[in-house]
Design a protein around this ligand. Structure first.
Ligand SMILES: NC(=O)c1ccc[n+]([C@@H]2O[C@H](COP(=O)([O-])OP(=O)(O)OC[C@H]3O[C@@H](n4cnc5c(N)ncnc54)[C@H](O)[C@@H]3O)[C@@H](O)[C@H]2O)c1
Ligand SMILES: N[C@@H](CCO)C(=O)O
Ligand code: NA
Length: 430
């Protein structure tokens, strides 16, 4: 039976995502009501610039006082699409204290302070949902939290940042320059308000922290995630990857250690074979592999950024939270019972592609090979090219610990015959 009294929703922020949330809530009101079992009504929209023309947004709902809106007391659900840490954190906490549940798209905040937010939700009998925070429209948080709650996840690996994938794809396929590709991603609404969050890997690291926490039922914050962005990737890295039958992608990788006693979470550019499904992920699309003990390998693929796709995830959460409200229940909260520690990057085991500029004279290759052997790093392939007494060595290793690779590179830099280490890139997905 449909309840006639509407559930009241407050929207915080009416930018790329917020404007699409407003549009869908307005145009799909009847369907949303039927699915929830009660009408949902937009009761207020907090914005920073009230004079901006917002097509289809009722002017009487607009306010610049977000705090007063979340304190009203008659609000059932607050949708936070402002972004950033403050004032979002205080507004969300205040919303819980005033009886509202919260739907947020804010990965930066959840990855920094998820535990405290979950605790505040629980203390007030409220829900905190954030499907939109990870990989936009792609259902990933809910499948991990709910569908896979009976399985044991061992690995989550994928492309979780649309902007950087868009940039790499454009550079690779059209030869566009880095800034040109970034400007296009920003114009299309994919990039964060400050795009350094995308290109320096902070956005992907936040998503990796959220995914690792949910997948391994432990607490992982953004500070636990090893992070390398896109800014160090050169045209020569991309060309080198091509020669190896690979492409370069910015990956987020969360793994349970082989002994099961710890986990790791990292974001960095990596070479992956062109035959791997992640290699064909184009534009701002995201794709995530989840490997679970009983399920095997699952792949989640779809639009990872953009106003409408992200609003789709927000609306899905809104329906779930409203249903919970009507049932007088709450959905799953934080699950961190395994308390698995997060190991540092040095413990990660993977393969490496190393490009060295060396003197081309007898014994150099043997000297270089010895350094690898001394540090327990086994070489898979070596390719040498060069002339006039200088050579370029491209070495691909077998699987080795990141700490062992770092000491190998440190020792190589000490050799007089090694003029420079042109690039080091991890090789994944084989
Ligand atoms: N754009 C995407 O593709 C995407 C995808 C997934 C998640 N997200 C997340 O969604 C959130 C919003 O992103 P967006 O792309 O819509 O950003 P945006 O910059 O387009 O929108 C944010 C809006 O919030 C407003 N705002 C800032 N402070 C405010 C305040 N105190 N009170 C009221 N309004 C305030 C800003 O004026 C702006 O209009 C972020 O957390 C972002 O990480 C975005
Ligand atoms: N800036 C983010 C938005 C989606 O979270 C991206 O490019 O993926
Ligand atoms: Na999602």
């Amino acid at each position: 039976m449909m309840r006639t009294r509407p559930l009241k929703v407050a929207l915080l922020g009416c930018g790329v995502v917020g404007s699409e949330v407003t549009r869908i809530m307005t145009t799909h009101a009847d369907d949303l009501a039927a699915r929830i079992g009660a009408p949902v009504e937009l009761a207020g929209i907090a914005v920073r610039r009230p004079d901006r023309v917002r097509e289809g947004v009722p002017a009487e709902l607009i306010t610049t006082d977000a705090t007063a809106l979340v304190k009203r007391g008659d609000i059932d659900v607050v949708i936070e699409v402002i972004g950033g840490i403050e004032p979002a954190r205080t507004l969300i906490t205040t919303a819980f204290e005033h009886g509202a549940s919260v739907v947020s798209a804010n990965k930066a905040l959840v990855a920094a302070d998820g535990a405290a937010l979950h605790a505040a939700a629980e203390a007030n009998g409220a829900d905190l949902y954030y499907e939109a925070a990870v990989a936009g429209a792609i259902p990933l948080v809910r499948p991990l939290r709910e569908s896979l709650a009976g399985d044991k996840v061992n690995r989550v690996l994928g492309i979780v940042n649309g902007t950087t994938n868009f940039i790499l794809d454009k550079m690779d396929s059209t030869g566009a320059g880095y800034s040109e590709a970034l400007d296009e991603a920003t114009a299309l609404g994919y990039a964060e308000a400050d795009p350094t969050a995308d290109v320096e890997g902070f956005d992907a690291a936040a998503k990796a922290a959220i995914l690792a926490g949910i997948a391994f039922h432990t607490r992982v914050t953004i500070d636990d995630v090893h992070r390398e962005g896109l800014t160090e990737v050169t045209a020569s890295d991309i060309a080198s990857a091509k020669r190896m039958g690979c492409t370069v992608k910015l990956l987020a990788i969360c793994e349970r250690a082989a002994d099961g006693a710890s986990v790791t979470a990292r974001v960095h550019p990596a070479m992956i074979p062109l035959t791997h499904p992640l290699a064909s992920v184009r534009e701002a699309y995201n794709a995530v592999f989840v490997e679970a003990e009983a399920a095997g390998q699952l792949m989640f693929y779809g639009p990872g950024a953009g106003g409408a796709p992200t609003a789709s995830a927000v609306l899905g959460d809104l329906v779930a939270v409203c249903r919970n409200k009507l049932a007088g229940a709450t959905g799953p909260g934080e699950s961190a019972y395994t308390r698995l520690p997060v190991s540092p990057m040095g413990a990660v085991v993977t393969r490496y592609h190393i490009s060295l500029d060396v003197a081309d004279k007898p014994g150099v290759l043997a000297q270089v090979a010895n350094i690898f052997a001394d540090h327990g790093v086994s070489i898979d392939t070596v390719r040498q090219s060069g002339k006039d007494g200088e050579a370029s060595l491209v070495i691909v290793t077998h699987r080795a610990a990141d700490a062992a690779l770092s000491s190998t590179v440190g020792a190589l830099r000490e050799l007089d015959t090694v003029r420079g280490v042109a690039s080091i890139m991890r090789v994944e997905g084989e």
